[in-house]
Design a protein around this ligand. Sequence first.
Ligand code: FAD
Length: 472
Amino acid sequence: MASCSGSPPAGVTDELVAAGNPAVRLCLHAQGRQRSVPLFDLGLADTAYPYLLLLSQAETERVLGEHLAAAGVDVERGVELVGLDAGAGGGAVATLRHADGRQELVAARFVVGCDGAHSTVRHLTGIGFEGGAYPQTFVLADLEADGVDGAAAHVFLAEQGMLLLFPLGRPASWRMIVMRPPTDHTPPDAPVTLDEVQTLADTYAGRAIRLRDPVWMTNFRLHHRAATRYRAGPVFLAGDAAHIHSPVGAQGMNTGIQDAVNLGWKLAQALRGKAGPALLDSYEQERAPVGRMVLRFTDRAFAVAVSTNPVVRFARTRIVPALLPVLLASKLVRATAFRTVAELNIGYRHRPLSAQGAGAPRRGPRAGDRLPDAPLPTSEAASTLHQLIARPGWHLLLCGPADAWPATVTARLDRYRLTVHRLTGAVPALRRLGVTGVAALYLVRPDGHVSYRSGDSDLTGLLAYLDRWVGA
Ligand SMILES: Cc1cc2nc3c(=O)[nH]c(=O)nc-3n(C[C@H](O)[C@H](O)[C@H](O)COP(=O)(O)OP(=O)(O)OC[C@H]3O[C@@H](n4cnc5c(N)ncnc54)[C@H](O)[C@@H]3O)c2cc1C
């Protein structure tokens, strides 16, 4: 499952949205009562996707895989990394084992370990993975369920824990995640039967739900761990290799994809010879705090969901079901919850790559923030700010009166690899950027975050920034 947040690679978005299910409410069931609360029907103006999109991870991977193949990138399956020497010559040599047993040595300038929680890359580079395992065992099942409203996601809260049902659609109508009660000591590697899952569902939902036709069922345990470093010389970690946590909040895959997007453009720039060591260092400086924050957030939410403490149990079954509908009736609370879950608030203020020049607008996104979306006048080539900057690379937004940016000034930008846009009459977009009547500029990184902004048409600060981070 994935929640839709920033800007996925160009061309993928429409297909992901078409494959997913955005039209869900949340049904809370507790103490024999049911309450329906709206999910993220907010119409937020700074994103084209102001809703939670329910889409299985397998589908997400299929769409991304097909997009890669269409772009000529071949993902080799059945090839295992078994050795890694990152010691000599500035790069690394990986030993790969193919399905037929053949071994291959591959020399690379950089290696990125996106190899999951048990990351071989992390082990071979000696990077620690600190944290622990939660004691609870869960069952995950993709199956059919009769007796539940298919237009909603369902949460059953009980003293023993909780049961979640998501209308995923594929590979089966429902994904069920259910906690085994604390008295159940089934080992995680035991096989799971439909009868057993039905008994578990009855524990939380009475006999309201009839389960059938499972596509697959498994036990699983959850961990909360973070890598002690995200980089060792030419080797980087991203995704679950760097951080794992409970799926409360549905943020694991999204956080991993954001790691990859953050690192991807920096590696591309380094491979073109346009990046000093500081640019690659900024990956860990920016992403490790995000990994830690997601871990803290999910750890707290998970504690409320599973704790056997009598006070927390009371809160889970009585206070949360009564309070949540009241809280979520407020648009502000819903917007804050949405921004947190969708990871729209993640930013890199006060990191080395984020800088502000003289006279930066008092409002609008700060350096490090995600560039908000906004509509553009129909006369523009793109209809929104995000469409304008969709092309991979650095973008410069020159804002304010047309005569603030004469060609004699902007000619000084010609030697840099960036796309320059003039936003003169784009009033809603300028307002969102905090620009009113005067000249201002926003430099946007390839991952859609503001990297530099300043408040008049003097390019001195910008040129120094470009010389340092972008290169001529
Ligand atoms: C029950 C559950 C529900 C979840 N729900 C959500 C959700 O709703 N939303 C969300 O965003 N996230 C969710 N997650 C988290 C999400 O599944 C993970 O965060 C995500 O899969 C991590 O992706 P990854 O590519 O980093 O690692 P993985 O998905 O683990 O992929 C690692 C890959 O590396 C390969 N590999 C491993 N070792 C080697 C080696 N030595 N050589 C070559 N290849 C290797 C593996 O075969 C695998 O293909 C959930 C997780 C769980 C457990």
